[in-house]
Design a protein around this ligand. Structure first.
Ligand SMILES: Cc1cc2nc3c(=O)[nH]c(=O)nc-3n(C[C@H](O)[C@H](O)[C@H](O)COP(=O)(O)OP(=O)(O)OC[C@H]3O[C@@H](n4cnc5c(N)ncnc54)[C@H](O)[C@@H]3O)c2cc1C
Length: 294
C-alpha cells in the first residue's frame, strides 16, 4: 500500500476545509471495507484518507414524520438494520443491510460507503431507489440533494465532486398500503457479490388489488443500478394478478445491459432478473395481505 496521510476531523467544516485545501487525492473513509482493500490492491490511490466517523452530523439516525428516515454517512449497516423505524417501516433496507458481507462486515460497513463505492452490484442501493431515497451532499457551495436514481454515472463513478462529501441518505416515509422487498442471487449462501439483485415496491389503492405505484430497481445487470420502468408501467393502474406479474418480470429484462463475467453470463443474469422480479413482487403482494395463486 502506498503511504498516505490519515486525517480524522471533528467537525464538518474542518472536513470540508481539508477537502478544499488538500494536495492530491482525498478519500473519505467510513468502515473501510471497500477502500482499504482497494488501496492495498492499488486499484485506488490516496494522498489523504479522511475518516469521517468523528463528525457528529455523520452519525444521524432518525425517523422524522413527513421527512422520513435520515441515515448519516457514518452509520453502520448493522445499526441501520437494528433501528426501530427501519425494522418497522423499511423491511427491504433492513434486508439489504443484513446481506452485506458478514456480521463483522455489517458492523463496520455503511450504506454511504456502499453508495459512494458505486459498484453496480451494491446491495443497499436497489431498495433505496425504489423508495425514492435522496443523497444529501455537502460541499463548499452548501447542501444539495440528488435522487439516488441519478447519483450513479458508471461503474465506481457518481456525481460527487472532489470537494464534496455524502452527508446522509434521506428516505421518504413509505406510501400507505405499500410493501417493499429485496432479493439477490449469489452462488453461495453469503459473503459474495450479487450476480443479480432486484428490489420491488408495490403500493395498492385502498381496498383491493389495483396497483397505485410500482417501483422495480435492478443491481449487477448494467453499468449502474437501474430502474425497470417498462415493468413498472405494466403494473401501475391495474389489478395485480399472477399473469401481470409474469408480464412485468418479462419486461424487467428490457432494462438490463448485463456483462458476461466469471459470476455468470449475460443471458443467465437476464433469467435471474425475471425470477427475482417475480419473487419480489409476489412477496410484496403476500405481505399486503393479497397473496396470489401459483
Ligand atoms: C468480505 C466482504 C464482503 C462484502 N460483501 C458485500 C455484499 O454482500 N454486498 C455489497 O453490496 N457489498 C459488499 N462488500 C463491499 C462493502 O462492504 C460495502 O460496499 C460497504 O457498504 C462499504 O461501506 P464502508 O463504510 O466500508 O465504505 P468505505 O470502504 O469506507 O468507503 C467506500 C467508498 O466510498 C467512499 N466514501 C465513503 N463515505 C463517503 C462519504 N461520506 N462521502 C464521499 N465518499 C465516501 C470512500 O472514499 C470509498 O471510495 C463486501 C466487502 C467485503 C470486504
Amino acid at each position: 500500500m502506498r503511504p498516505f496521510t490519515y486525517a480524522a476531523p471533528q467537525s464538518l467544516q474542518e472536513a470540508l476545509d481539508l477537502l478544499a485545501k488538500a494536495n492530491g487525492t482525498v478519500r473519505p473513509l467510513v468502515g473501510g471495507t471497500d477502500l482499504i482493500d482497494q488501496l492495498r490492491q492499488r486499484r485506488k490511490t490516496a494522498d489523504v484518507v479522511l475518516d469521517i466517523k468523528r463528525i457528529p452530523e455523520m452519525h444521524r439516525l432518525e425517523y422524522v414524520a413527513r421527512e422520513g428516515l435520515h441515515v448519516g454517512a457514518a452509520v453502520s449497516c448493522a445499526d441501520t438494520a437494528a433501528f426501530a423505524a427501519v425494522r418497522e417501516l423499511y423491511p427491504a433496507i433492513r434486508a439489504s443491510c443484513l446481506l452485506v458481507g458478514s456480521v463483522q462486515i455489517q458492523n463496520r460497513a455503511s450504506i454511504a460507503g456502499n453508495v459512494c463505492n458505486s459498484a453496480p452490484s451494491a446491495d443497499t442501493v436497489p431498495p433505496l431507489v425504489t423508495l425514492d431515497a435522496r443523497a444529501a451532499i455537502v460541499g463548499p457551495r452548501g447542501r444539495r440533494e440528488v435522487p439516488l436514481e441519478e447519483f450513479f454515472t458508471g461503474p465506481g463513478q457518481n456525481v460527487l465532486r472532489g470537494d464534496e462529501l455524502l452527508l446522509e441518505i434521506v428516505v421518504p416515509p413509505p406510501a400507505p398500503h405499500s410493501s417493499n422487498h429485496y432479493l439477490r442471487f449469489i452462488p453461495r449462501n453469503e459473503m459474495d457479490i450479487a450476480v443479480a439483485g432486484v428490489s420491488s415496491l408495490v403500493a395498492l389503492r385502498p381496498r383491493g388489488r389495483i396497483c397505485a405505484r410500482a417501483r422495480i430497481a435492478l443491481a449487477a445487470v448494467a453499468p449502474t443500478p437501474v430502474r425497470a420502468k417498462a415493468a413498472e408501467a405494466v403494473l401501475e393502474g391495474h389489478v395485480v394478478t399472477s399473469e401481470l406479474i409474469e408480464a412485468a418480470a418479462e419486461k424487467a429484462v428490457e432494462a438490463c445491459r448485463p456483462i458476461t463475467d466469471v459470476r455468470g453470463s449475460a443471458e443467465y443474469r437476464k433469467e435471474l432478473v425475471k425470477v427475482l422480479t417475480r419473487r419480489t413482487l409476489r412477496h410484496c403482494m403476500a405481505s399486503l395481505g393479497q397473496p396470489l395463486e401459483s
